[in-house]
Ligand binder design. Structure first.
Ligand code: GLN
Length: 549
């Protein structure tokens, strides 16, 4: 592989938010990676929070967690799922973090009496952070997604930093502008004016985009390409159509067809003769498009109105479904809707129940009821983080007879605190970045279901929680049939629980969903889907034999 200076690709957004900059960045990353290049993708978010860890999921969707314990934007999940390479703290930077380090430097006296200003101090800090991953020497391409939309007050310093980068790095730096071509029903045409305006705003800040990626609901013809090229100073071949796709996983192929990667390579002065090797990606898509089976899985959570809150779980089911040649339809069930009267109806025809992660009291009784339903009716069950904690509470109440058992997060006065804070957590008063975060090792007991799923004795999984299984109760639980089958090797913390007398009932204190990728679907999701499918086929066979008799 040729060596060349790191190439910087910025992805800015125009016209509206939510156009899918993350997916376009991940798709371009995939195409470059499939040509043999090393690529990383990072996201710069213009809001003031230090990280999205303290944000309510309704505000910002899921908080994605990296191995090194960074609480990050959910787009990092897409980067990992597409590229199959881990991201880190350096891959997500916010205005809060930029200002925090500039202010810390100012307090230390690092600016030697100078007036500290947005330009150059904030923009220098942004530029340094643009370059952090390049400095590692591990990447030939650094793709940087700039959050928000051009013209937002808060994104100005970032656009200014992009202008300076383009000036400093010349041919090694380009800007891709993702924009929207609205379709007018009344006249039956696509309109280019909002894009022209958006590019004008960029130009006012001194940034000439090199490539336009245009979101559209119908094909853009040659006339429109030429018009956009003329008004926005880009080559016609640099006007890329981005049609709405059936799944996000088709976008790399759509971008390949539009030659986004070829245009990018040419702009960056690199050869573009070879073609990307996407054989395993297309193999995955093949399975995804042609499932042999179909199952319904219930996802019980309190943020189900905003499905982005559970993005990584939903995507893990896409990966595991494709590998099992099964279409997994998620039934989004609001935990506040589940109670002993509604459970039977809500879970009719459901082949697996997942109880989602979460915080606080709202909806917790519904989660516990859903778990009771799964346990008593032998429905495959996966509890993730709070979902695992609820499985412990349910077992304590309904099997062990500790009627007021609870997590001290919800009921500090419970007489049976089966889920409780560790001593170290009790002293913590600040909310941001203080949970048990990131990758921790977990040792699996041999001869258990979990061991047969992972096929190894030590795994590493990512965490994001404060509360833990209370080990004072461990032996009572184990005697009654709920086994701790995965433990933190030194601290002895219970990371996995399993029910002995159930076809598939597993609760995990960690988040397996953060590690599932297209290339490596997570073994827990793979096996859960398999169990749900077996449960479906078993129920159907039983029904048939009853109707025959
Ligand atoms: N609220 C629980 C805790 O902090 C679970 C967190 C989660 O589900 N991510 O321990």
């Amino acid at each position: 592989m040729d060596t060349f200076p790191t190439k910087y690709i910025f992805v800015t957004g125009g016209v509206t938010s939510s156009l899918g900059k993350g997916i376009i960045s991940a798709s371009l990353g995939k195409l470059l990676q499939a040509r043999g290049y090393s690529v990383t993708i990072q996201k710069f978010d213009p809001y003031i929070n230090i990280d999205p860890g303290t944000l309510n999921p309704y505000e910002h969707g899921e908080c994605f967690v990296t191995d090194d314990g960074a609480e990050t934007d959910l787009d990092l999940g897409h980067y990992e799922r597409f590229l199959n390479t881990p991201t880190s703290q350096a891959n997500n930077v916010t205005t809060g973090r930029v200002y925090q380090s500039v202010i810390e430097k100012e307090r230390k006296g690092d600016y030697l009496g100078k007036t500290v200003q947005v330009v150059p101090h904030i923009t220098d800090e942004i530029k340094n952070r643009f370059r952090t991953l390049a400095k590692s020497g591990n990447y030939q391409f650094v793709i940087t997604e700039i959050g928000g939309t051009v013209g937002d007050i808060e994104s100005l310093p970032y656009i200014e930093a992009v202008r300076q980068m383009k000036w400093e790095y010349g041919k090694d730096c380009i800007d891709i502008h993702l924009t929207l071509l609205p379709y007018l029903n009344t006249t039956g045409e696509l309109k280019t004016k909002p894009t022209q305006h958006s590019v004008k705003s960029l130009l006012e800040y001194g940034v000439q985009p090199d490539i336009l990626v245009c979101r559209t609901i119908c094909h853009i013809d040659e006339d429109i390409r030429q018009k956009l090229a003329r008004f926005c100073n880009v080559a016609t071949e640099a006007v890329i159509e981005a049609m709405d796709a059936k799944t996000i996983y088709e976008v790399p192929l759509l971008m390949e067809k539009e030659k986004l990667d070829v245009v990018v390579l040419k702009k960056l002065g690199l050869p573009a003769e070879s073609t990307p090797d996407l054989s395993s990606w297309t193999g995955f898509l093949e399975h995804l498009r042609n499932p042999k089976h179909r199952i319904r899985i219930a996802l019980v959570g309190k943020y189900v109105e905003l499905r982005d809150s559970y993005k990584s779980i939903a995507e893990s089911f896409v990966h595991a479904g494709a590998a099992n040649e099964t279409q997994v339809d998620i039934e989004w069930i609001h935990s506040e809707d589940v109670n002993p009267e509604t459970a039977g109806k809500l879970f009719q025809g459901i082949r697996g129940i997942v109880v989602a992660p979460g915080f606080g009291k709202r909806g917790i009784e519904g989660k516990i009821t859903a778990i009771k339903h799964a346990r008593e009716n032998n429905i495959p069950f996966l509890g993730i983080c709070l979902g695992m904690q609820c499985a412990v509470i349910e077992f304590a109440r309904n099997v062990l007879g500790f009627t007021d058992a609870h997590s001290t997060e919800v009921n500090p006065a419970t007489t049976h605190p089966v889920i409780d804070l560790q001593e170290a957590q009790k002293r913590i008063t600040r909310m941001g970045g203080t949970m048990r975060l990131g990758a921790y090792p977990c040792v699996l007991k041999e001869g258990t279901r979990i061991h047969s799923i992972y096929k190894k004795t030590e795994v590493s999984e990512r965490h994001r929680h404060r509360y833990e299984f209370n080990n004072e109760y461990l032996s009572v639980f184990e005697k009654a049939g709920m086994k701790a089958t995965g433990l933190h090797p030194e601290a002895g913390l219970v990371e996995i629980v399993e029910l002995k007398d159930h076809p598939w009932f597993i609760g995990v204190q960690f988040h397996p969903e953060y590690k599932s990728t297209v290339a490596n679907p997570h073994p827990l999701f793979l096996d859960f889907v398999k169990a749900a499918l077996e449960y479906k086929l078993g129920s159907e066979a039983a029904k048939k034999s009853i109707s025959k008799n």
